[in-house]
Every structure is written in structure tokens, then in C-alpha cells.
Design a protein around this ligand. Structure first.
Ligand code: PEP
Ligand code: MN
Length: 339
């Protein structure tokens, strides 16, 4: 941490800051200039808040110079994390991973048709919510356990992997036999108790960015899962809330290269929730891969006009097929492949 004192700060104030830094475990290096004193704190005390220093008497400003996330930081695994699934699918390698399917599992027929379309398009994962976080308690809440069983059944039939959302700790055990990857939704990105529990399971997790979360907050949430010992973690940009109303959310494409720089974890883009409008999904999917995404999570419904959730942002089957064909052409430009 660096603490810059105000010009001509009183010596008593400088001493008080040094004392507090030492108390926390910092090794303090002082530079006394003609007007300003700079205090450099070396070492990494487990608990300290920069904000505590910015308000001390005589302090001009304080800056953290070490990263607050140790396990999520790129430096922990400079070569990048790859995750290998039971059927040999590798996430975080050269190949871009494609996950697609409806927002929600609605019926056996709907999810079976979806799985066949997703498989034929060349995707590796089938998505579909069985537990749905809906803004209104009166909206469709998902099929629950029945939905999980259907996901497993049709995925086994088609050779796809299953990713689906977990909303609370009590669902983890229930879900384990049916799924290949837990999805943590935007609304639960800061459900720290849930994240801590997911750190103890031995099954991959894809965690989405919160609706109003900074990139640092995303990485601190990742740290909760990693610190429990679960290193099979993927992050996903899914749009954030801004003043713009034309789109449902503002897809922060820049978060993708920023995350790729800051963390070793695979980074996904979810262009469906990212913009919320079907015709904008393909350009945002292409942009995500161009920006360095390791994978995409996309909503596709066999009959979007009748979907029980997120129909407006769900691709028609032929749109998914066309998009994957474009991704295959684009991927080599950024040194990637699409199966
Ligand atoms: C979803 O994937 O259907 C979903 C609810 O996503 P998010 O958590 O990003 O809103
Ligand atoms: Mn959805």
C-alpha cells in the first residue's frame, strides 16, 4: 500500500499513519520530499482496508498496490486454467466452448428438441434452468428436480454436457447426480454463503457477473470459490445495468479482455442476457470471441415466441446454426477453433 501525505503534513500525523501501518503488519518505507511525504507499506497483512487510511488526518490519498485476490489473479497460474470434463471436452484451451439451450426447461419434448438442435449446431453443452431466479414471484419458477432429470436424460441421449443454475445451498446435493457444471447466476454472484459451499464441491462452476458488479467484485467472488479448493471455475460477462434502455443490459465486451488479463480463469460471454434482443445476440457473440472469450453461453428455443422465459432474446434454431458457422470462420483470426 502507498500512502501519500498532504503537502506539509504535521509530523505527528505522519507518525500516526506509520504506527497504524506497522500495527497491521506493514514494513514501512518513508520518503520525505521537500513538501510531501510518501509512505510505502511492504508486506501483505491479511486484513486491511485502504479506505481506513484515506480518512486519517494529514493523508492525501492511499492506494492498494497488491491484488486483493490471490488465487484468482493471473499470477497464480500464468499459463491459464483449463478444465477437462468427463467426456474429454476441454474449456480454456484453443477450442471455443459453446453452451446453448433454452432459458428454462419447460417439458420433455421442448428440452429434447432443444438438445438435438444444440448438438447438431456443434455445441458441447446444453443449458436450461430448472431453478429459475425470476424478477416476479408470479412468473414461471422452473420445473425443479423434474427439470434436472430431463436435462440429464436428453443430454445422455445426445452426448451433451449439462450446465444449469444453482440458486441455493440446499440444491447443491440434489443437483450433483444430474449435472456437469453449476451455473451461478448474476443475482447470486454475491451470495457468499453459496459461493463458499461451491468451493467445497468437486464439480465445475460457471459464475456470472452480477448486474452491477465491478470486475474487482467478480474476482473477489471467484476467490470465495477458489479458496474452498474448487479450481474448476469459469467466469461469464452477461451484461450490466446502465442508463441505456434500448437494450435489456449493456454487454461489457471490454470485461472479457480485462478479465483475461487479470485472471487465469476461463472467461465466457453470454450475449443473450448481455443485450436481451434476439437480433443483437449474434453480433455480440462474435464480438465476445473476437475479444478473447473462451466460450459462449447462449439461449436458443425451438419456438421462442412461446417460451416461458426470455423468449425475446432466444435465438431461433436456424439463427444458432448460422451463428456457429460464422464463429467457425472468425475463430482462426484470433487463434482459436470452433468444433
Ligand atoms: C439465465 O442464464 O437464464 C439467467 C437467469 O442468467 P443471469 O443470471 O445472467 O440473469
Ligand atoms: Mn434466461
Amino acid at each position: 500500500m502507498i500512502v501519500a501525505m498532504q503537502d506539509n503534513a504535521a509530523e505527528a500525523h505522519i507518525q500516526a499513519v506509520i504506527e497504524r501501518m506497522v500495527e497491521l503488519g506493514f514494513n514501512v518505507h518513508r520518503t520525505t520530499g521537500a513538501n510531501q511525504t510518501i509512505l510505502a507499506g511492504v508486506g501483505s497483512p491479511a486484513h486491511f482496508e485502504v479506505a481506513e487510511f484515506t480518512v486519517l488526518a494529514g493523508v492525501h490519498n492511499a492506494y492498494r498496490i497488491s491484488s486483493p485476490y490471490k488465487l484468482a489473479g493471473r499470477g497464480f497460474r500464468p499459463e491459464g486454467t483449463t478444465i477437462t470434463f468427463p467426456n474429454g471436452v476441454v474449456v480454456g484451451g484453443t477450442e471455443v466452448t459453446l453452451m446453448a439451450g433454452p432459458c428454462s426447461v419447460e417439458s420433455r419434448e421442448q428440452i429434447l428438441i432443444s438438445a438435438k438442435i444444440v448438438k447438431a449446431a456443434g455445441c458441447q453443452f446444453l443449458r436450461g434452468g430448472a431453478f429459475k431466479p425470476r424478477s416476479s414471484p408470479y412468473s414461471f419458477q422452473g420445473m425443479g428436480l423434474e427439470g434436472l432429470k430431463l436435462l440429464r436424460e436428453v443430454s445422455n441421449e445426445t452426448g451433451l454436457l449439462v450446465i444449469t443454475e444453482v440458486m441455493e445451498i440446499s440444491q447443491i446435493e440434489l443437483m450433483l447426480p444430474y449435472i456437469d457444471c453449476f451455473q451461478v447466476g448474476a443475482r447470486n454472484m454475491q451470495n457468499f454463503n453459496l459461493l463458499r459451499e461451491l468451493g467445497h464441491v468437486r464439480k465445475p462452476v460457471l459464475m456470472k457477473r452480477g448486474i452491477a458488479a465491478t470486475i474487482e467484485e467478480v474476482l473477489l467472488s471467484a476467490e470465495y470459490i477458489l479458496s474452498g479448493g474448487n479450481y474448476d471455475l469459469m467466469l461469464c460477462e452477461r451484461g450490466i445495468r446502465t442508463f441505456e434502455t434500448y437494450t435489456r443490459n449493456t454487454m461489457d465486451i471490454s470485461a472479457i479482455p480485462v478479465l483475461k488479463k487479470l485472471t487465469h480463469l476461463p472467461v465466457f460471454g453470454d450475449p443473450s442476457h448481455g443485450v436481451g434482443i434476439r437480433d443483437l445476440v449474434s453480433p455480440m457473440a462474435l464480438a465476445s470471441v473476437a475479444a478473447g472469450a473462451d466460450g459462449l453461453l447462449m439461449e436458443m428455443h425451438p419456438n421462442p415466441d412461446k417460451a416461458m422465459s426470455d423468449g425475446a432474446q432466444s435465438l431461433y434454431p436456424e439463427q444458432l446454426e448460422k451463428l456457429v458457422a460464422k464463429l467457425r470462420m472468425l475463430a482462426p483470426v484470433v487463434g482459436r477453433t470452433v468444433a
